[in-house]
Design a protein around this ligand. Structure first.
Ligand code: FAD
Length: 400
């Protein structure tokens, strides 16, 4: 499946890795990770930190799946309101999921510092705008729910929004715990670090088409009939799980993004906050290091890449129109655009861990619009599972 089309900004900005090779001979390892996107890279990071021998394979050039298409807003708030999630999965699990997402941003920050990675990681506040009267009511309820559970959140009235941010919306939630990053650069930097310091091997253009498990080992075979024998396999195939998992757990959506020409800093909003809104589908907005505006949204149920791509021109116009409703005076002009596919689940939470039909495998799947925080959670949990520290109350388990 084509995961994306158009010109993802990060790929143009950073270029392709020159550090790649194909797998050409049979090989053995402790853990085979399928997928070199941000999820696979983070899994490798935690395994390498624990001296566990692992290799990564990817059927594409490394990290060029959804990770290149991501706008990489790092928010603890997920697509489901906390009060809705409580109804779906219970108070304990919902609050736990929100707190794990909050913690995961600090984990990412720590990785950036520990590995001395320069990937434009920046702590930046987030504004969640009410799109209409119902949105305002939902935000009021969400504010109370999050406050009750000790999550960082402030409520901004219409007056405060105008005076502080010159944004004409009737209410918003604000928090100072979000961040943004260049995920593609970040992902490549993690892989490069562990190639250099931990002996990690990464093979691109290596497509796993068959997996066979026996009692204590598992063997993956590529489309070129090369085999990889391991103790465990971690499947981190992003939104293409169909060839590896015998169950449909994600509903796929297409989303559209454009990036503006560089703006004068004084033409951007205060604090360059991350912005999103209560309308569904929602518009999501951030800025880049060189003061471009990155804005996306107008998601559609995914049918096929051709239909998704045919809508790009129309979606660009729709996105610009809606952006101008929030910032009527903006002189935004488009420079690049692309679209991508992502997948959500019925309760907004990912699937992480073992599946009864796939022995000796761990999965990390289905993360919705704020997938990167879930990638961090998945990577840490899978490392623990491998080390035998099983979480008996895995709230992300299959069959929940
Ligand atoms: C436009 C867009 C905007 C987004 N914005 C945000 C955001 O603001 N914040 C956020 O947190 N998240 C966002 N997301 C989601 C986020 O980008 C994803 O959750 C994340 O990139 C998924 O990373 P991944 O490593 O799991 O998947 P990928 O990056 O897709 O990596 C999976 C890799 O597995 C490989 N693979 C699959 N099957 C096989 C196989 N059989 N053999 C070998 N290799 C295989 C693929 O080639 C691919 O490279 C966005 C997504 C899109 C598309």
């Amino acid at each position: 499946m084509d995961l994306k089309s158009g010109l993802p900004f990060w790929l143009i900005k950073n270029g392709l890795s020159t550090n790649y090779k194909r797998l050409e001979n049979d090989i053995e390892t402790d853990v085979l990770i399928i997928g070199s996107g941000i999820t696979g890279a983070l899994v490798a990071h935690f395994l390498c930190e624990n001296n566990i021998k692992c290799i990564i394979v990817d059927k594409r050039m490394e990290s060029t799946g959804s990770t290149t298409a991501s706008t990489a807003q790092l928010q603890y708030e997920i697509d489901e309101y906390l009060f809705d999630l409580i109804e779906k999965v219970g108070e304990k699990n919902a609050v736990k999921a929100y707190k794990m997402c909050l913690e995961s941003i600090s984990t990412l920050e720590k990785i950036v510092k520990d590995l001395k990675i320069d990937a434009d990681f920046k702590r930046i506040p987030s504004l969640y705008l009410a799109s209409d009267a119902k949105g305002k009511k939902d935000l009021e309820r969400e504010f109370e729910t999050r406050k009750q559970h000790g999550l960082p959140v402030e409520y901004l009235s219409e007056k405060q929004l105008v005076s502080k941010y010159n944004i004409k919306r009737i209410a918003a939630l604000y928090n100072n715990e979000s961040a943004q990053v260049d995920t593609y650069k970040f992902c490549q930097a993690i892989l490069d670090y562990h190639r250099k310091h931990s002996g990690l091997e990464v093979y691109s253009h290596t497509n796993i088409t068959q997996i066979k498990s026996s009692k204590n080992t598992i063997t993956a075979t590529t489309d070129k009939n090369i085999s990889i024998k391991a103790k465990k396999i971690v499947a981190a195939p992003g939104f293409e799980s169909e060839s590896l998992l015998d169950e449909k757990v994600m509903q796929l959506e297409s989303t559209y993004v454009l990036v503006s020409q560089p703006m004068h800093p004084e033409d951007l909003w205060k604090e360059k906050c991350l912005i999103w809104e209560t309308a569904r589908p929602y518009l999501y907005i951030r800025t880049t290091e060189d003061n471009r505006i990155m804005v996306g949204g107008f998601d559609e149920p995914f049918q096929d890449p051709k239909k998704r791509d045919a809508l790009m021109d129309k979606k660009n116009k729709d996105i610009l129109k809606r952006f101008k409703k929030i910032f009527p005076e903006s002189k935004i002009e488009m420079d690049f655009y692309w679209c991508g596919t992502f997948g959500g689940t019925k309760d907004g939470l990912p699937y992480i861990g073992e599946h009864k039909k796939h022995p000796n495998m761990y999965f990390a799947l289905g993360y919705g619009g704020n997938g990167i925080t879930f990638s961090v959670i998945a990577a840490e949990m899978i490392k623990d599972m491998y080390l035998g520290k099983q979480d008996e109350e895995n709230i992300y388990r299959f069959g929940r």
